[in-house]
Write a protein that binds this ligand. Structure first.
Ligand code: 13P
Length: 246
């Protein structure tokens, strides 16, 4: 039985005052079936970990190395030291803005494991790829190339985030979400056996309180990776509640 996961990705948003949103979330009763995670910007990770109560804290990216001459980068070990328990890797914004490849994402995922943390590996097709009927090919290639061989339910989470649904208010149909999530599940089981059944698959892209319940009823949707709606405690709490009730 997979526990559910409500994960918030604050992206490059949040100053110290934003920690009040986290404090508000932490004051709510813990859901019974749902793990909660917030990935604030790097500047807030350590402080967030100090006020987050039962909510786990994660990073949004890391370097492949543990330390060294890499100006501006951060290692998984540093994130762990600051109190993080997970790190997002291969977000489409990293793949686009920083040219990250599947091979790099895979190496980062292994670096995250080496620091004792969980890798949240993101996959997603562009609108052009979806319209060309290439979605499953793209997702299959990204999944294969970005996921290291030793993935388990404890060290890995997969996030399916169609690029065209991120920050746009558009979401795929529920049938389209089911098609991709069922496809990812089948690929994980084919490659990892029973471990493939234990790996959680999150949906991400314009998840809001208003659409959360219908998305969480879709097969193989084990939770969400939420951007904009994770910035406000009331919105994210409504999504947590919808997931826990699903
Ligand atoms: P939005 O929820 O703002 O569409 O962002 C999704 C996302 O990219 C989370 O990683």
């Amino acid at each position: 039985m997979r526990r559910k996961l409500a994960a918030g990705n604050w992206k490059m948003n949040g100053l110290k005052a934003s920690l009040a949103e986290l404090t508000a979330l932490a004051a709510a009763p813990a859901p019974s079936q749902t793990d909660r995670l917030i990935c604030p910007p790097l500047t807030l990770v350590a402080q967030a970990a100090g006020v987050s109560g039962g909510i786990a804290i994660g990073g949004q990216d890391c370097h492949t190395a543990t330390s060294g001459a890499h100006t501006g980068d951060v290692s998984a070990e540093m994130l762990a030291d600051a109190g993080a328990t997970s790190v997002i890797v291969g977000h489409s914004e990293r793949r686009e803005d920083h040219g990250e490849t599947d091979a790099l994402v895979r190496t980062k995922a292994e670096a995250i494991w080496a620091a004792g943390l969980t890798s949240i590996i993101c996959l997603g097709e562009s609108l052009a790829q979806r319209e060309a009927g290439e979605t499953l090919d793209v997702i299959g290639t990204q999944l294969e190339g970005s996921t290291p061989d030793a993935a388990t339910g404890a060290n890995t989470v997969i996030a399916y985030e169609p690029i065209w649904a991120i920050g746009t208010g558009l979401i795929p149909t529920l049938e389209q979400i089911a098609e991709v999530h069922d496809f990812i599940r089948a690929k994980l089981v084919a490659r990892f056996g029973e471990d493939g059944n234990a790996i959680r698959i999150l949906y991400g892209g314009s998840v809001k309180p208003s659409n959360a319940t219908e998305i969480f009823a879709v097969s193989n949707v084990d939770g969400a990776l939420v951007g904009g709606a994770s910035l406000k405690a009331t919105d994210f709490q409504a999504i947590i509640d919808a997931l826990d009730a699903a």
